[in-house]
Design a protein around this ligand. Structure first.
Ligand code: HEM
Length: 527
């Protein structure tokens, strides 16, 4: 055996230059060779003893975490929210109480149905979720770029998403909407028709994240210092304006540059062209909610801006790209239940289901109950409680007291820990609640077409043409003729011209019958 010069290290070894930090293992031990596994002689077997190689491979083997069950593909950006108009008469949340106040934020934009590696310009809803790191804890506004949703009740969500994702036997098509399962489910779920009009519109193929609106969708509550409640819907209005691509462009862009939207956002921020959105609120009281022709707890309905104007109260500026995509964009955990004093929930059955779902999924996706300790999720205000332990606990209670009530404190030399505060702590709005346990909703939940029609007729002729083209494209990909016909049977309730255009587009000889309408008559709303 030839003599080996051990001072040279193995092949391909990059020697540290003067300024380089010395590489270490995760245990902090300096590493001498990052390229060659320890072996018994130059041609001998690898030694298991090599803790450097084993730790490196072990860590690599565990790099993946589950992608989000929906909204898997997303792009996150830091920024801040500046309040321009204080609204103490509506909410005692500190974020809303002093004009000029700045609150740090993290916003994640996403598509819904595609997996983590899917293309940006799929025809799909876009998520628009913002975490406000307020002085009183994190407030998450977890919205979309479309003001309504497919379903009225969270119990339907797993079916909706199963139908939208690739079919379980063949695992295709991965294109978001164009397939039998999706249109089968949709055509059997008439409450989705309003949302379908939006996703068949140009809104579902935005030019970039910077040119989209955002909506909190649900009705929430604002509570003022006197404990008075107003209902509110939240809106994001892009200062860049609203722009979309056309379908032909979307197809080409997806082929040529599947990262089109994330690259656009990165480049805009990197070059100092910071995108901005105004935060608007539609505020209304119980009387309006009583008078309004639909139930304000129905997430498939909007409240027209002509009836309740949007009042602008602040501006979101996105001005900082992430340092690390995984640490921030992937590990961020939004949840509709993250609210602060002065903001409260409503009884929207979709919202209430979401409040359960996000926390539940994050327990698994982020590996345990301590994901609020991850820096991107950690509040930027003090966190004090008696929660302890669990996987990856970073902030356990200090000292002796980890329970309440306790009698440690003054005189004992021990800290007794924090106490809940009736004055400043979060209190739920004491909305009176009464009723039998039932699984039925208000009657107007069953009007599925009036606002769908209202949206369609509000579009320009060119936009209406795009919608007919989109429906024709989508339904032409559906193999089963009965599903195609059932969908057109719904379109006939919305607009016969649209139904006819799609019918001609997909080559049906005659217009299918209207789908029978359940329960309530359809209001004949003027355009
Ligand atoms: C994720 C919006 C309805 C369950 C998301 C995200 C957004 C969003 C923006 C991505 C958050 C991120 O970027 O990390 C909405 C809107 C809805 C809606 C606006 C209706 C108005 C629902 C419903 C459910 C649900 C009804 C379940 C019952 C989930 C889950 C995730 C998610 C499980 C993944 C969360 C995670 O892994 O962190 N949603 N969603 N969503 N949504 Fe929804």
């Amino acid at each position: 055996m030839k003599n080996l010069d051990l001072s040279k290290g193995g092949a391909n070894h990059q020697k540290p230059l003067g300024k380089d930090d010395v590489m270490t293992t995760a245990q902090g031990m300096p590493v001498s060779d990052n390229q060659n596994w320890l072996t018994a002689g130059p041609r001998g077997p690898q030694l298991l003893e090599d803790q450097v190689a084993r730790e490196k491979i072990f860590h690599f083997d565990h790099e993946r975490i589950p992608e989000r069950v929906v909204h898997a593909r997303g792009y996150g950006v830091h920024g801040h929210f500046e309040l321009t108009e204080a609204i103490p008469e509506l909410s005692h949340a500190r974020i809303f109480n002093e004009a000029g106040k700045k609150t740090p934020t993290f916003t994640r934009f996403s598509t819904v149905a595609g997996n983590k590696g899917s293309m940006d310009l799929a025809r799909d809803v876009r998520g628009f979720a913002t975490k406000f790191y307020t002085d009183e804890g994190n407030w998450d506004l977890v919205g979309n770029n479309i003001p309504v949703f497919f379903i009225q009740d969270a119990i339907k969500f797993p079916d909706l998403i199963h139908a939208a994702k690739p079919a379980p036997d063949r695992a295709f098509p991965q294109a978001q909407t164009a397939h039998d399962n999706f249109w089968d489910f949709i055509s059997l779920t008439p409450e989705s028709m309003h949302m379908v009009m939006w996703i068949m519109s140009d809104r579902a193929i935005p030019r970039s994240f910077r040119f989209m609106e955002g909506f909190g969708v649900h009705t929430f509550r604002l509570i003022n210092a006197e404990g008075k409640s107003h209902f509110v819907k939240f809106h994001w209005k892009p200062r860049q304006g609203l722009q979309s691509v056309v379908w032909n462009e979307a197809l080409k862009i997806n082929g040529a540059e599947p990262d089109f939207h994330r690259r656009d956002m990165w480049n805009a921020i990197d070059s100092g062209d910071y995108p901005q959105w105004d935060l608007g609120i539609q505020v209304f009281d119980d009387d309006f909610a009583e008078r309004f022709e639909f139930d304000v707890l129905d997430a498939t309905k909007i409240i027209p801006e002509e009836q309740v104007p949007v009042r602008i109260i602040g501006t979101l500026t996105l001005d900082n790209n992430v340092d690390n995509f995984f640490a921030e964009t992937e590990q961020v955990a939004f949840c509709t239940q993250n609210i602060v004093p002065g903001i409260d929930q409503s009884d929207d059955p979709l919202l209430q289901g979401r409040n359960f779902s996000y926390l539940d999924t994050q327990l698994k996706r982020l590996g345990g109950p301590n994901f609020t300790h991850i820096p991107i999720n950690a509040p930027k205000c003090p966190v004090r409680n008696f929660q302890q332990d669990g996987h990856m606990a970073m902030t356990n209670p200090k000292g002796r007291a980890n329970y309440e009530p306790n009698s440690w404190g003054e005189g004992t030399g021990e800290d007794r820990g924090p106490r809940a505060c009736p004055m400043n702590g979060f209190t739920s709005f004491p909305a009176p609640v009464e009723g039998s346990k039932v699984r039925v909703r208000s009657e107007t939940f069953a009007d599925h077409y009036s606002q769908a029609r209202q949206f369609y007729v509000s579009q320009t002729a060119i936009e209406q043409g795009h919608m007919a083209d989109a429906l024709t494209f989508e339904l032409s990909k559906v193999g089963r003729m009965d599903i195609r016909k059932r969908m057109i049977g719904h379109l006939r309730h919305i607009d016969d011209g649209l139904a006819q255009a799609v019918c001609d587009g997909i080559g049906l000889d005659a217009l299918p019958d209207k789908v029978p309408v359940a329960r309530v008559p359809i209001a004949d709303l003027p355009p």
